[in-house]
Design a protein around this ligand. Structure first.
Ligand code: FES
Length: 495
């Protein structure tokens, strides 16, 4: 065994000699956005003491990324002796849920789990009173295979699927053990919700259909397990992973529909989750249409040159100040990147200050704008943002068109997910991503977890009744898609 001390966290790990730093550090919030290909440079750590050998490939990557002087890419490094490494002090805010809801009491304890691509949240409930007895939050251990779903699918198809299924089941078991610590009775029911890819990982289903055209999986239905089938030691209880709506609209959105009551009311409402897939649901108690858009990666830091998750060191908001702007950095430290909420703000403010034009062009002709040294926004980053915002705006417009309704017909637009809680809606509207009146927009927080808790008090007939009125729409197959998408690339052209 060798030791790795992490500074400034002050943590010491003991790991097997020769272990990869990717395996050792992913639990400590070090991100591996490219899944360990050595291309993104975001897993860099600084070697303060000890030795990490680097081969020609690693050296070339460091040079290309301009990371000389003690930096190492954790994804390409192994520890053969004791090390002291500097890592940024990571902290990812993970959102729970404490929203009250009506329920019919049942006996025993229940566990609700929101299984996200980045984060995991589990709550233990007394089903007699509805009281939350304990909560556990963690990072998804699959992070070491990349931060986005495409990297995870690639890793799974490269032969890692069984390990990736094992690690997520094991992590959730460990979280449930912590929830139950000191209690004699186990849960009678454990409900999981998550996106379709996470559902396939957890349930051990074939991931190939989600990775290749036409991206249709035959395994979208609910899955029930006895804990022992998952390798968990619990003697009783039932584990249910709720059904997905479509290949890229999972049970987290189904839970969101339940939490908002979209399926029960006659007025039209919309639910938008700006997370990984940018999922949208529109409709009412008679008919719901849903779709996923390729919006998430930009908002989650992927494909943005200095993009990162909303952790310490990320610019999380940008406000105009006279003829310049002010950046707020999570943790009040030197900025090291920009997260999704900061990206939306930055583009909106640059647009307002006349630094970029309505086509997204930097007016000065420069290739980059310095937001707060050393963090810059490049012309390519602005294009990525335009693609993401056009995807959302086009998605909402096509779904409304199919229902033959206008933005004014929508009573409430719910914004779900942790990311949605932190964004400045005025900036979302001013960039044209959403063309609704600010008064109609309501931030929801973790509606997936809330819905999962509601499901603890029901049976499968409830989600079945929602699925019956919900249709999944393939946006790209709409004849107007291309034209609308191009239109929405411009700024200020909301739905
Ligand atoms: S360089 Fe991307 S994860 Fe290491």
């Amino acid at each position: 065994m060798v030791t790795i001390r992490l500074e400034p966290l002050g943590k010491t790990l003991r790991v097997r000699k020769g272990s990869s730093l990717k395996d050792a550090l992913h639990e400590y919030g070090v991100e591996f956005p490219c899944g360990g290909k050595g291309t993104c440079g975001k897993c860099r750590v600084k070697l303060l003491q000890g030795e990490i050998e680097i081969d020609a490939f690693h050296r070339k990557r460091l040079e290309e990324l301009h990371l000389e002087g003690g930096w190492r890419l954790a994804c390409l490094s192994r520890c053969h002796g004791d090390l002291v490494l500097a890592v940024d002090q990571y902290e990812i805010p993970i959102q729970g849920d404490e929203t009250p809801f009506a329920f019919v009491p049942r006996q025993g304890l229940g566990v609700a789990v929101d299984l996200g691509t980045t984060t995991l949240v589990a709550q233990l409930l007394d089903l007699g009173t509805g009281r939350i007895l304990a909560m556990e939050k963690a990072l998804n251990p699959q992070q070491k295979y990349g931060s986005d779903l495409i990297s995870r699918l690639e890793a799974a198809l490269a032969g890692n699927a069984p390990e990736m299924t094992g690690m997520i089941r094991e992590k959730i078991r460990a979280m449930i053990d912590l929830l139950l610590a000191g209690r004699e009775a186990g849960p009678v029911k454990i409900i999981l919700v998550g996106n379709t890819v996470m559902q396939h990982f957890f349930c051990g289903l074939d991931l190939k259909p989600l990775a290749f055209f036409p991206f249709e999986s035959p395994d979208l239905g609910a899955r029930r397990f006895h804990p022992r089938e998952l390798g968990w030691e619990m003697q009783s209880g039932e584990v249910i992973f709720y059904p997905s709506i479509g290949s890229f609209v999972g049970s987290d959105i189904l839970a969101g529909i339940l939490a908002t009551g979209l399926h029960r009311i006659s007025e039209y409402s919309m639910l938008i989750d700006l997370g990984t897939n940018g999922e949208i649901v529109v409709g009412n108690g008679n008919r719901l249409l849903c779709a996923s858009t390729a919006a998430g990666p930009a908002f989650e830091g992927a494909r943005i040159s200095m993009g990162m998750l909303a952790t310490t060191g990320a610019i999380s908001s940008v406000e105009p100040a006279e003829d310049s702007w002010l950046c707020r950095v999570i943790g009040n430290v030197r900025p090291r990147g920009i997260c999704g909420s900061g990206l939306i703000d930055a583009v909106a403010v640059l647009l307002k200050q006349g630094v970029i034009d309505e086509f997204g062009q930097v007016i000065s002709g420069e290739e980059r704008v310095v937001l707060a040294d050393p963090v810059v926004l490049t012309q390519t980053d602005i294009r990525e943002f335009q693609l993401a915002k056009a995807a959302i705006a086009t998605g909402t417009e096509i779904l409304m068109k199919k229902l033959d309704i206008q933005p004014n017909d929508i009573d409430i637009v719910y914004i779900a997910g942790a990311f949605g809680s932190f964004i400045n809606m005025d900036h979302v509207i001013s960039t044209g991503m959403l063309g609704f009146h600010p008064g109609t927009i309501r931030k929801l927080g973790n509606s997936a977890l809330m819905g999962a808790k509601m499901l603890l008090f029901s049976d499968l007939s409830l989600p079945d009744s929602i699925l019956k009125i919900t249709s999944h729409v393939n946006l790209e197959s709409d004849p107007a898609f291309q034209d609308l998408f191009v239109d929405h690339m411009h700024f200020g052209t909301g739905t």
